[in-house]
Write a protein of this length. Structure first.
Length: 278
């Protein structure tokens, strides 16, 4: 069930006490999420809808987008879906415009962009298809984040709380054998995030990244359970894979109006994996 009512009551309580100024509510705000039909993107769409945002759901296939929109609508939330392959430059601008037109009513509006779409294409440097996998990894997970942010910029400038949240990874701060294309893209996300935070800061737009650790999603579903368990016990202080919703809460935090002084940050949601030394 959509938790909007309870949330807004809490908000009213806050303001009636008058102890704080900044809003922890995204109710009424317009958010666009890429790769929103599965895993972290879908959990983010559900969470933002649950908090009263108007959610632009985008992904590769109509039926998958429709399923997310239907689930949100059924629960009483507000969402609309569009097919978007984030490697298609021309389509990106069109879909961003459509989300803003839908979200804003009379005036187009887009407050929050979540750059989430991703693919895992493991490949060793001397594999014959390395360069192809490199190109796809960089196109989907890095170039696309730049393109969608460029397309969204005019709308973010019109928002009172413009926010960009880019999904990176633990591979954004370290590396793994056979993952150099993915790792390069995810490190690139951190660089893009930091530079844009500096560039857009004077306009009050924040740009942050989230670095998920091992999360139970479509991307990791083919990994055998015993391997996941072993990995988590050895590498993750919290000793388990995370859930997509746990990552979504990190995204929401960075997207709140109240997070107005947090920019250029990489928020790890990794169960402590990247700070573990032994
Ligand atoms: P997922 O496979 O469940 O979801 C990824 C979504 O991206 C899918 O719905 C897919 O259709 C979409 N997508 C792929 N290519 C696309 C394209 N060209 N255009 C538009 N959409 C496209 O995986 P997930 O784990 O939810 O991945 C979400 C993000 O989280 C990715 O950026 C991924 O790299 C990152 N991440 C995941 C993990 C993990 O362990 N699952 C860890 C770190 C980072």
């Amino acid at each position: 069930m959509i938790g909007k009512t309870v949330f807004m009551e809490n908000n009213n309580l806050d303001s009636s006490l008058g102890l704080s100024q900044l809003s922890r509510s995204v109710a009424g705000q317009v958010v666009m999420i890429t790769g929103a039909a599965s895993g972290i993107g879908r959990a983010t769409a559900y969470l933002f809808a649950d908090q009263g945002a108007r959610v632009g759901v985008t992904d590769l296939e109509q039926k998958n987008v429709d399923a997310v929109v239907a689930a949100i609508t059924k629960a009483g939330g507000q969402a609309q879906g569009w097919v978007l392959d984030v490697t298609e430059r021309e389509t990106i601008g069109q879909v961003v415009d459509k989300v803003a037109a839908w979200g804003g009513g009379e005036e187009p509006r887009l407050d929050i962009l979540v750059n989430n779409a991703g693919v895992s294409l493991p490949t060793a440097l001397d594999d014959p298809d390395y360069e192809e996998r490199w190109d796809t990894s960089v196109a989907v997970m890095l170039t696309a984040q730049m393109l969608t942010t460029r397309a969204a910029l005019p709308y973010l400038r019109g928002s009172t709380a413009g926010r960009v949240v880019n999904i990176s990874s633990t591979e954004g701060v370290g590396g793994s054998a056979g993952a150099s294309a993915y790792t390069a893209a995810k490190h690139g996300v951190v660089g893009l995030t930091r530079s844009l935070a500096v560039e857009l800061g004077p306009e009050g737009i924040t740009v942050n990244a989230v670095g998920p650790g091992p999360i139970e999603t479509g991307m990791t579903e083919a990994i055998p359970e015993d391997m996941k368990t072993k990995f988590a016990r050895r590498r993750v202080p919290l000793r388990r894979y995370g859930t997509p919703e746990e990552v979504a809460h990190g995204v929401l935090h960075l997207a709140l109006p109240a997070s107005s002084y947090i920019t250029g940050h990489l928020l790890m949601v990794d169960g402590g994996m990247t700070i573990k030394n032994n």
